[in-house]
Design a protein. Sequence first.
Length: 436
Amino acid sequence: MVPRYARPAMTALWEPEAKYRIWFEIEAHATQKLADLGVVPESAAKALWDWWATDPKIDVAAIDAKEAILKHDVIAFLDWVAEQVGPEARFMHQGMTSSDVLDTTLAVQLARAADILLEDLDLLLAAIKKRAEEHKYTPTIGRSHGIHAEPVTFGLKLAQAYAEFSRNRERLVAARREIATCAVSGAVGTFANIDPQVEEHVAQELGLEPEPVSTQVIPRDRHAMFFSTLAVIAGSIERVAVEIRHLQRTEVLEAEEYFAPGQKGSSAMPHKRNPILTENLTGQARMIRGYAMPALENVALWHERDISHSSVERFIGPDATITLDFALARLTGVIDKLLVYPERMQANMDRMGGLIHSQRVMLALTQAGVTRDNAYRLVQRNAMKVWESDGRQSLLDLLKADDEVTAALSDEELEEKFDLAYHFKHVDTIFARVFG
């Protein structure tokens, strides 16, 4: 985790003390159910909860010191708690194994992280919707392969992003549901030394679902899906970021990141206004996607359990969620303050002499009886003259001067095909599909 790209609420989920608090809750809830079942004395559960009611400070350094000797983090924790609680603490962890604590804790952390990310997505969606409605009918050029294609609106560009992040939200809801499972099934997952009712109780108390069949560990296909979902969201962040970076290029300059008073863009060139936020988002997206691959590789563990996944998850759990939280918040800020230049959008559309209307003319020629191949040829030969003149010639003027074209279409019919508003007649339909 890099503090530069971290926010407090998400970071707090992964602090050692927060982890140990979840460990204690798992152990205490399990002990409570064991007491209810008559397996351990009620006094054992009461001793744990009475100590917990004092809101004790978890001494991370002391636990770490024990682990340095014992080489086992869960045993180190249990020993430290026993020192605080007293003899009744010996009934903790009855019939349990370390993975019951570790895997269930990770499920809690990832579920809570997903809740924060869902809040982030809601804020991003609100920002995108606001700007989309603002620019619903702001004309701009659509590009394919980076080349002028046909007109769109800037609102439609944003509506597409809204639809994509809406799908991402649905994916994250599903991934959260899938990751939020609890395993308290003991060694190799058979419940030989602990009643399944204990698992059900712990799951209920922590807002989880019991894992249908654990093998001592929760199956890692769940985690692979979770981190893959984060990777897909990161891909969507980068898609928007790259679009803004292209639009901010000097030769385009149809939109740009907000440039704050006093901000400096270059140590050498005082004129620079660089797309640093969206370039940064591109880099963060690459990192988040990178965490998905080790999660996928964690699925194949040896037999009922090994710990090859453990070190991986100590990296990717905090890093992926903290980075994505930061990236979503940053993108929300970029969208909210994005500077949009409708006049430049119009100027860019106009600079190529009306080439963007070529398809309408071709279609009109076919409807007037010209074969499609000939219609394409007639329009293309005039369009290439405009292209080669760098837009100094007008496609409409050239078409009006082409005898083969005017034999099929009148000047008035040609002029009608250059109506910009024609391209936006279904914008309302698209917006209704996206925003309801």
